[in-house]
Design a protein around this ligand. Structure first.
Ligand SMILES: [Fe+2]
Length: 193
């Protein structure tokens, strides 16, 4: 089991993809998460209600996003089920780190209702893994690990992110029991960064 992310064999319906794209078009450029409800996504969440929360958002990242450029632990969730919708690929990656001695952790909360923030880390860190999504990919992310999205060249990147109510390990076991783990890269086979 990779402790940072796992590919999940779930594919969004054309209906959901179309609705997410339409929502993004309506709301314009995405500076950070948008939270909203789409019936078709609600039904997807309801079908995995023991692990997924009804709170979800569309996440488009760009170089202009300040928040996501600071390595952090998500504050309000331990794991996320992310679906790559559009403009994902090389040039926009999620990087995972471990904090090293001498680093400082600071908790930041959002400025507006519903806005999420995280526990950010300043100081020495070491990258331990990375993930570059391709469109239509679904991954379970361990957002309880220190991570950041770096996007240097994909201004139209769209990711649908569904909060998990449980830990990454519990969500992993849930999907494993359903036979939905796409493949599992053993830690021993991971490149050492
Ligand atoms: Fe995050």
């Amino acid at each position: 089991m990779n402790g940072y992310y796992t590919n999940i064999k779930l594919l969004l319906s054309d209906e959901i993809v179309a609705e997410v794209k339409a929502t993004v078009r309506k709301m314009g450029t995405i500076p950070k998460y948008y939270y909203f409800n789409i019936d078709a996504v609600d039904r997807l969440v309801a079908s995995h209600s023991t692990i997924l929360s009804t709170q979800y958002g569309v996440h488009g990242t760009s170089m202009a996003i300040s928040g996501d450029n600071i390595p952090h632990y998500d504050l309000s969730r331990q794991a996320a089920l992310n679906f790559a919708i559009e403009d994902c690929g090389e040039g926009a990656s999620t990087l995972f780190y471990v904090a090293l001695p001498g680093s400082q952790m600071i908790t930041l909360s959002g400025n507006s209702p519903g806005e999420k923030w995280g526990k950010v880390v300043y100081g020495p860190i070491r990258q331990v893994d990375s993930l570059t999504l391709t469109n239509n990919q679904c991954v379970l992310l361990n957002t309880d690990k220190l991570h950041v999205v770096r996007n240097y060249s994909r201004p139209n990147r769209i990711v649908l992110s569904i909060d998990c109510k449980v830990s990454y390990k519990e969500a992993y076991e849930y999907f494993a029991n359903l036979g939905l783990i796409e493949f599992d890269i053993l830690d021993s086979n991971r490149p050492v960064l």
